[in-house]
Every structure is written in C-alpha cells, then in structure tokens.
Design a binder for this molecule. Structure first.
Ligand code: COA
Length: 261
C-alpha cells in the first residue's frame, strides 16, 4: 500500500480496523479519501490474515460527514458522473468484499458517509450517531449507491422519506428502522464492534464468503437463478476442508479450527 494521508489501518489479531481520518473536515470524502479507501480494501482483499474489517471514522464527532461539498461545488455534468462512478466503484468493492465488513458509526454518517455505512455488510452505532441523506438540500441526489441500497435495507417508504426530506435520524431511530443492528455507549463502540465481528470470524471463512455472495446475488437476480446459485455454492462448500473441520469438530465435541480452505 502506498503512503496514505487519510486512511489508517490497524490490526487486532484477525481483524483489520480501517479508520477514515480527516478530522478537520469531519472525515468528509474528497477524491483522495475515496481513492485511499479503495486502495486499502483492494490490498486487504487477498490478505489471508484478514478475517474481517471494521470501518470507522476518526474522532468523536463523525463517522463520515459526506462527500466533500467544496469539491462537489466545482463539478460539471461530465465530472459529476465521474465523481459518482468513482465512489460507486469503491463502495461496491466494499459490498463485494469477500470478508465481513462492519461499520462502527460513532457520529455523523451523512450523505456519502451514510452511503458508505450502508455499503458495509453490518452496522453498529454509538448513541451519538446521526444518519441522513441531506443531498437534496444541496440540489443533488445521493450518488454513491444510496438511492438503491437504502430502500433494500430499511424499506421503500422509509428510504424515500429519508432521501426526500434530507432529515437526520438519531441512533435509536436507526435501530428501530433496521439501519443498524445495535446501539452502544460511545466509549464501547469499537469493543462492541469487535465482539460482534468475532461472532462472524469464528465461523468458516469460505462459508462466510459464500453466504455473502449468495445473499447479494439474491438481490440482483430472479428467485429461480438465485436458488440455483445457492445450491451450487452449497455443493461447492462440501468440497472444502472447512466443512470437514466444522462437522468433525461438532461430532468430536470440540471447537473448530478453520483454515479458510
Ligand atoms: N464537506 C466538506 N466539508 C465539511 C463537510 C462536508 N460534507 N462536513 C463538514 N465539513 C467541514 C465544515 O465545513 C467545517 O470546516 P471549517 O472548520 O473549515 O469551516 C468542519 O468540517 C467542521 O464542520 P462544522 O459544520 O463546523 O461542524 P458542526 O458541528 O457545526 O456541524 C454537520 C456538523 C455535520 C451538521 C455539518 O458539518 C454539515 O451539515 N456538514 C455537511 C453534511 C452534508 O451535507 N453532507 C452531505 C454532502 S453530499
């Protein structure tokens, strides 16, 4: 990985903690930040020591307060498409990441920040988190997948309301509508994120990857095709060492030692 200015990667055993760190602008996403997030996920993708990723924002105020409005203000109709495409490419990389990605949201997750969180596989929030898509108030729409992913996550009616009003929701409301799966005390956010992610990383890595593939494929294809795909993956898993280990461990009343093969 080249030198990064705005994204940090730290390790806690098998978990990579990826922190967007541009605190003077509430971690807002300019082109460089988006590029660095992409670089980090590309480099972690094939790293066997990574079993899961936590994505968070530096400081106590923001996860990510959106795309950089100063930068957006200079775009025209040509560069606007590029800005949207560049962000979509990186967010899709996260969505298709072969290991679980959990967003730990400790503050503002607005606009592109909210879209970043919903591109992750799971989300937890601190009591101080605020979610919103304020783009229409700036005369634009969410351009990093928010108009597609939010409705799938919280339902059409709520997604339309959130997108068209541009209003923020607090962490409790985010929990109520299923935008996050837990709300925790601010100081406990990262520990709780790790605890939740470890409930995933203790399982068979190949099975986790294929479960994600099957779930996301199911959103994009017909039920019949998705069921065929699920069966194919199910069959494929029968050829893995992980399946043998998982079932042997159960029958031998011990914990499995998955190798991701
Ligand atoms: N783009 C660029 N800069 C941003 C930003 C963004 N999305 N969000 C925050 N900042 C900058 C502010 O301009 C300010 O910079 P400055 O100190 O150089 O003036 C700094 O971050 C701190 O933000 P500030 O607005 O002073 O903090 P606040 O506590 O008063 O308000 C927010 C916090 C999140 C409510 C407010 O910053 C905000 O509304 N941000 C924009 C959110 C948004 O519309 N995002 C979607 C963009 S598509």
């Amino acid at each position: 990985m080249a030198d990064l200015n705005y994204v940090r990667v730290e390790w806690d055993a098998e978990i990579a903690l990826v922190t967007v760190d541009r605190q003077d602008k509430l971690n807002a996403l300019n082109a460089e930040v988006v590029g660095e997030i992409g670089e980090v996920f590309e480099s972690l993708q094939d790293d066997d020591k990574v079993r899961g990723v936590i994505l968070t924002g530096a400081g106590s105020k923001a996860f990510v307060a959106g795309a950089d409005i100063g930068e957006l203000a200079t775009m025209n109709s040509v560069s606007g498409v590029r800005v949207s495409r560049d962000g979509q490419r990186v967010f899709r990389l996260i969505e298709h990441f072969p290991k679980p990605v959990l967003a730990a949201v400790g503050g503002y997750a607005l606009g592109g920040g909210c879209e970043l969180a919903i591109a992750c596989h799971m989300r937890i929030a601190s009591e101080k988190a605020r979610f919103g898509l304020p783009e229409v108030g700036l005369g634009i729409i969410p351009g990093y997948g928010g108009t597609i992913r939010l409705a799938r996550l919280i339902g059409l009616g709520r997604a339309i309301e959130m997108t068209l009003t541009g209003e923020m929701m607090d962490a409790k409301r985010a929990l109520d509508v299923g935008l996050v799966s837990a709300v925790v005390e601010p100081d406990a956010l990262l520990d709780e994120a790790k605890a939740l992610l470890r409930k995933v990383t203790k399982n068979g890595p190949v099975a986790i990857r294929m479960a994600l593939e099957s779930i996301y494929r199911g959103l994009d294809t017909s039920t019949a095709e998705a069921l065929d795909f699920e069966s194919a993956l199910f069959g494929l898993l029968a050829s893995t060492d992980d399946m043998k280990e998982g079932m042997d461990a159960f029958l031998e009343k011990r914990k499995p030692d998955f190798r991701g093969r």
